[in-house]
Design a protein around this ligand. Structure first.
Ligand code: SAM
Length: 331
């Protein structure tokens, strides 16, 4: 079964946020702890409820699911939930996005539960800077987690780095150089204009992808590939002699809405058809009112038809007016 939206895009990928809480407080992702509006416990769907929705999504045409958050690995039972999902008939791919803080202890159980692909967010290789950006002295734990995931056999391991001018842009070359020693995909991401806690306006922190690329010695821009289904929105290249890959994700400079294949499901059961959606489609109410599977499948199908053509951020002076912060959507 194919899910195709009204612009002819095949939608086969669902990102499920299982919690809006996080064990880090990255300045660019969320307001300070005191300014965060968290979901009440009763609003958050149970794993059984999320599994029913995931099964309905797969029946509607979704074949790839990524688990995200908040930080998914802080929710108790996350590994068991992954196991529940990997048993869904028709689900071809199960992946997870994490900040890596709990990865060293959970990489093995996640692999056993059927997760094969991991994205780890890491914006710096400097311990003090990590603490400044995230509010926690956790770099060693993240690096240990990445090492453990590699040893266990996760492939690919993608490292996601949001580049911010004056914060970590001076580490782009070093992070890219990591791919000469490690088989990772290090992906540089343009900062998106979500509400944040840096106190600095987005336009001052934002660095366009061309400028990010120019910071990497030896890069051959003409050899940078196009995004494809295996790399998602990233355009990849290989540095001379590297065993890993460097990727570039530019939601503003090269927005990839024309090939967007995603839906998002929030921890309280709302479908977002775009990361920057102003509106959400409620699945929790029908689910808790006892809707039949067929009804839930139809809600996914109808939601896909409302997917907008593009995020239009570039037309909107870089303002995102989403009611939820990134930590409550899942990226
Ligand atoms: N806790 C998990 C993690 O750290 O990967 C999953 C959730 S986090 C919201 C998902 C991704 O969103 C992270 O890679 C993070 O860097 C990215 N992100 C958050 N705010 C962003 C922003 N304003 N612009 C670009 N990426 C952002």
């Amino acid at each position: 079964m194919n899910l195709v939206d009204s612009y002819g895009r095949k939608v086969d990928y669902l990102r499920i946020s299982i919690t809006d809480t996080c064990n880090l407080n990255c300045t660019y992702c969320s307001p300070p702890f005191s300014g965060r509006a968290h979901l009440q416990r009763a609003e958050i769907l149970s794993y059984e409820e999320l599994t029913i929705l995931a099964e309905s999504a797969v029946a509607a045409g979704i074949s790839k699911i990524r688990i995200t958050g908040g930080e998914p690995l802080v929710r108790r039972g996350a590994v068991d939930f992954c196991r529940m999902l990997s048993g869904i008939d028709g689900l071809a791919d199960l992946s997870l996005t994490t900040n890596g803080i709990r990865l060293a202890e959970l990489a093995g159980p996640l692999f056993d539960a059927g997760v094969r692909r991991l994205n780890v967010s890491l914006d710096t290789l400097r311990r003090d800077r990590f603490a400044t950006i995230t509010g926690r002295d956790g770099l060693d734990r993240v690096l240990a987690g990445i090492g453990r995931a590699e040893a266990i056999g996760f492939d690919p391991i993608k490292i996601n780095t949001v580049v911010m001018r004056g914060v970590n842009h001076d580490e782009v070359a070093e992070l890219a150089g990591w791919t000469c020693k490690k088989p990772y995909q290090v992906r540089f991401i343009e900062l998106m204009p979500f509400q944040n806690g840096t106190g600095t306006p987005h336009r001052e922190l934002y660095m366009p992808i061309r400028e990010i690329m120019s910071l990497i010695p030896g890069i051959n821009c003409s050899r940078i590939g196009q995004a494809d289904t295996s790399s998602g929105p990233a355009r990849l290249c290989v540095l001379p002699g590297a065993i890993g890959k460097v990727g570039f994700i530019a939601p503003l400079s090269w927005h990839f809405c024309g090939s967007c294949n995603r839906l998002r499901l929030t921890a309280d059961g709302k479908i977002r058809t775009c990361l920057f959606s102003q509106t959400e489609i409620d699945l929790k109410t029908p689910l808790r009112n006892g809707a039949a599977k067929k009804e839930l499948i139809d809600i996914f199908r109808d939601a896909v038809q409302t997917k907008s053509q593009g995020h239009r951020l570039n037309e909107n002076a870089f303002q995102c007016s989403s009611k939820r912060g990134m930590y409550a959507i899942g990226g």
